[in-house]
Ligand binder design. Structure first.
Ligand SMILES: [Fe+2]
Ligand SMILES: [Fe+2]
Length: 316
């Protein structure tokens, strides 16, 4: 990165200014799961578990579908624990620790430490809820690697921006924190979902709304600090970085399908149909809209051919 003099930070502090009163980690309630309150409810909306509708999965007994849904929830929760502490907080700490190669305004450093606290708490309650559900339902949390995507992300970052590892990690954090995922929006308002799952998701969504505004603003500051040549490289690096952040980790799904009784060939066929081909491409456009708007407003898309690179990756 550069050593250009720091600019003022208009709006810094605003997204996180109520943090001491509003953040979940400051005043939130521990959410508890009770079997007796959950009769007839689902652990995750079936429309957000795309393989449940696959013809090879529909033939499974109801008990296997229920276990698949619970393990999908486990993957959602446990991948969040990995994402928050290993990816988002890696970027938050770079900002908070003032280790970006330019002087980070004090207000941004303070906000980044608030986010660091939030994400640690999100990891805690995500694992806590999975643990409670496993205890009550008797459906164990399989000892799989729920953070395999972190290595894949690091590999992608190294390929896309090989000589800028710090910047690549920071951009990954900004991308993750500005993507709009259906889960955080839809689960809290779905009355058919188990209450503790809705409550935890709502708690998380509230914090993430503040994070989103902080990182969208921070991106503008970061962008102002990059030299022109690096701006162009970052402009072309962002779409593949976004794509890498959106890719779903299929390994735990495959293991879950095998556990449900599918043979290996059938499980692989389900994964191909549900996550392969154009599935990620069709999802990326919707999930990355807010990230794209952030780039647009910072001027990223005005650089030569960058708009085309976004379009090639399905972000338009
Ligand atoms: Fe979070
Ligand atoms: Fe966050």
């Amino acid at each position: 990165m550069t050593t250009k003099p720091p600019r003022s930070d208009p709006g810094a502090g605003a997204p996180m200014k109520d943090w001491y009163d509003a953040a979940g980690v400051r005043g939130g309630t521990r959410r508890t799961f009770h079997r007796e309150l959950e009769e007839g409810l689902v652990f995750f909306p079936p429309e957000l578990v795309p393989y449940l509708a696959h013809e090879a999965v529909r033939t499974l007994p109801d008990s296997a579908s229920r276990e698949l849904t619970v393990r999908h929830l486990y993957q959602f929760l446990l991948s969040a624990t990995e994402l928050e502490t290993r990816v988002v907080n890696r970027g938050a700490e770079l900002i908070a620790g003032n280790r970006l190669g330019f002087e980070v305004p004090r207000s941004h450093r303070l906000d980044a430490y608030k986010i660091y606290c939030d994400e640690g708490y999100h990891s805690l309650y995500s694992l806590d809820l999975a643990d409670q559900i496993a205890t009550v339902t008797g459906i164990p949390i399989p000892r799989w690697d729920y953070g395999g995507f972190v290595e894949q992300l690091d590999l992608a970052a190294h390929t896309i921006l090989p000589d800028e590892p710090t910047l690549a990690h920071l951009l990954q954090t900004i991308v993750f924190e500005t993507l709009i995922t259906a889960v955080l929006n839809e689960v809290p308002t779905n009355p058919g979902v188990v209450t503790a799952v809705r409550d935890v998701t709502r708690d998380h969504a509230r914090d993430e709304g503040r994070h989103h505004r902080f990182f969208a603003g921070f991106f503008h500051l970061l962008w102002s600090q990059l030299e022109p040549a690096l701006r162009t490289r970052v402009g072309h690096a962002l779409p593949p970085l976004i794509e890498a952040c959106i890719a779903w980790d299929a390994a735990p799904v495959r293991s879950s399908l095998l556990l449900a009784g599918l043979d290996e060939a059938t499980a692989d066929g389900v994964l191909r149909d549900v996550y392969g081909g154009t599935a990620t491409a069709s999802r990326i456009g919707a999930v990355a809209q807010a990230t794209r708007r952030m780039c647009e407003s910072a001027g990223v898309l005005d650089l030569p051919a960058v708009r085309e690179t976004f379009a090639v990756h399905g972000i338009e």
